[in-house]
Design a protein around this ligand. Structure first.
Ligand code: AMP
Length: 113
């Protein structure tokens, strides 16, 4: 696996970030380049490069990440929100460390660009 990703550096305290929530398995940080009034990233502490490389053994972790997103939305009074996972370059992935984007606070278009 390549060198540490920016998210691993944030998890390890080597790079500052606005950490909105943290528990044993994940952090939730504010996206540095927000695409909506609320734009958070749910990032597992375990390095999985992308959802395309998740394994059966990650099933519980993946479920917990979705529940963390739900809890974050509820705690922040977000009735409507969108979750996005970019997997692969053409899909827009720029950081090879699985993360869920949580976007809220404005109308969302469909299909996404
Ligand atoms: P993706 O393009 O789906 O891989 O998403 C990566 C996201 O990480 C982008 O939305 C970036 O704005 C965000 N990002 C990159 N560096 C940082 C950072 N240091 N702190 C917070 N978010 C970041």
């Amino acid at each position: 696996m390549e060198d540490k990703t920016i998210f691993e550096k944030i998890i390890d305290g080597e790079v500052p970030s606005e950490i909105l929530y943290e528990d044993a398995i994940a952090i939730v940080i504010r996206d540095i380049d927000p695409q909506a009034p609320t734009h958070a990233l749910i990032v597992p502490k375990k390095r999985i490069s992308r959802i395309a490389e998740a394994e059966e053994e990650d099933a519980v972790l993946l479920g917990k990440l979705l529940l963390a997103a739900k809890k974050f939305a509820k705690a922040n009074g977000l009735d409507s929100f969108r979750l996005v996972i970019n997997s692969g370059h053409q899909a827009g992935e720029t950081v090879p460390h699985l993360h869920i984007h949580l976007l809220a606070g404005r109308p969302m278009a469909w299909p996404p660009g």
